[in-house]
Design a protein around this ligand. Structure first.
Ligand SMILES: [Zn+2]
Length: 450
């Protein structure tokens, strides 16, 4: 286990299988990094060894363009007991992500150029994982008054969303989309109709049996239809966050057939966890949108396989342990995701080709957010994610760098393990023996907190 910290070092990452969908590359290569940039991908070891260059042994690893998580909640500012920028970005590094996009539902909300600028500045000062702000569509995300989208875009917002909730007013959403239709930043929809706010879980057989109010699939699909109609009339490029219901996929496919430019993401939990997990009133597994039926999770997996869904997201939503306790109706909604997302997503999608998995974690996300990265082509920033494809590991939330220790994957064993995180040539995480997970997380955490 090492975690080196020299800035923009010269390194040769040797011995790995390199998978880069943008280059149609799947072969053993040496990734030559000079001053934080990929200088070359060599077929074999470096011919003229640079005595200044550090040799990083990556035998047994798959190196990919750095994985980018387009949907995380960093709780900063406002709720440092749940997460801070430092702990959240440390969790990202530990989980194998080189960049994240931060949702605006902080307190106060990310709804001004000043707050967008501050987040970028504070994240850059930590010197680790890259952090891209997503600005709110409406002021304080209250759903009616349009936020200053243009000045937020100029300040570096990579997308706009009222995530955490649906943008309440159709009129506000419609006007915002028309006003910002020429900006490249997509609108990201959290699809959940307000009138089902009292729903504590997916409405179905299990909620009926428990006798608790549910939120049915149509609560998501109807808002997806509303928002994609706005996309159609405004010409705005759109993105559906955390799709969970099979019916929403029908809406998405229909909208594309009308010519709407719409993408969609799915989380590791909506690919495989079902409402059965709440059958014992288990408050820990409450999340929005809720865990749905096994036919919905199967539909999500098929949608990845057939290319309807092209982006993976963690929806990392950490809470303090006490906030996830019963009673069922009062537990905070959402759970930690950054440190399980890669293993869990691969676990759900064993039949999907590796190049597609890598694209959905990297190049497709870079394109979605309009950010650099997503490729190891020479000249690109040296943002690299390394994986071990057959290194069984068990999820132990106690060692998470995130302050959020609740995950529906606790105790599960996954085959694919993130083993290397490199950002701009800086090695933030390097799990050399595959068994040093605890130490690895501790080191990442300490680094992030510095
Ligand atoms: Zn959301």
């Amino acid at each position: 286990m090492t975690a080196t910290s020299q800035a923009a070092a010269n390194q040769d990452f040797v011995g790995a299988r390199v998978v880069d969908p943008t280059l149609r590359l799947d072969a053993v290569r040496t990734v030559v990094v000079r001053r934080g940039v990929v200088a070359a991908l060599l077929d074999g070891p470096p011919s003229a060894a640079d005595p200044q260059a550090e040799r990083v042994d990556c035998a047994g690893m798959v190196l990919c363009p750095g994985f980018i998580d387009p949907h995380v909640h960093l709780r900063d500012p406002g709720d440092p007991h749940k997460e801070t920028l430092a702990s959240g970005l440390a969790a990202a590094a530990a989980g194998g992500f080189t960049a994240v996009a931060a949702m605006p539902n902080t307190r106060p909300a990310l709804d001004s150029s000043e707050s967008v600028e501050r987040l970028r500045h504070d994240a850059a000062a930590l010197g680790g994982v890259r952090c891209y702000p997503i600005g709110a569509i409406t002021l304080d995300r209250e759903g009616t008054r349009i936020a200053p989208l243009r000045s937020m875009a100029a300040a570096g917002a990579v997308a706009f969303s009222d995530d955490g909730a649906t943008t309440k007013s159709l009129k506000a959403l419609y006007n915002a989309a028309r006003y910002a239709s020429d900006l490249p930043q997509r609108f990201f929809s959290h699809c959940e109709d307000d009138s089902f706010q009292d729903g504590l879980m997916h409405e179905g057989e299990i909620s009926d049996r428990l006798g608790v109010p549910g939120s049915p699939s149509i609560a998501e699909a109807a808002i997806a239809a509303r928002d994609l109609l706005v996309a159609q009339v405004s010409g705005k490029a759109w993105h559906l966050c955390h799709v969970s219901a099979a019916q929403t996929l029908d809406v998405l496919r229909a909208a594309r057939s009308w010519g709407v430019d719409a993408t969609a993401e799915v989380t590791a939990h909506h690919l495989q966890c079902t409402d059965e997990m709440l059958a014992g009133f288990n408050a820990r597994y409450r999340v929005n949108p809720p865990l749905r039926s096994s036919s919905d999770t199967a539909a999500m997996r098929r949608a990845v396989a057939d290319g309807t869904i092209t982006v993976f997201a963690s929806d990392h939503a950490p809470h303090a342990e006490s906030e996830k306790e019963p009673p069922f109706s009062q537990a905070c909604v959402g759970f930690s995701g950054l440190e399980v997302a890669i293993g869990a997503t691969f676990n759900a999608l064993g039949d999907v080709p590796l190049a597609v998995m890598v694209a959905n974690f990297s190049s497709n996300v870079a394109a979605l957010l309009g950010v650099s990265g997503g490729t190891l082509a020479p000249g690109s920033p040296a943002d690299i994610t390394g994986l071990r494809l057959n290194r069984a590991w068990s999820v132990n939330p106690a060692v998470f760098a995130s302050k959020g220790k609740v995950t529906p994957f606790e105790g599960m064993t996954f085959a694919v393990k993130p083993a290397l995180t490199v950002v701009g040539g800086r090695v933030l995480m390097h799990d050399q023996d595959g068994d040093a997970r605890t130490e690895r997380f501790a080191t990442s955490s300490a680094r992030g907190a510095s």
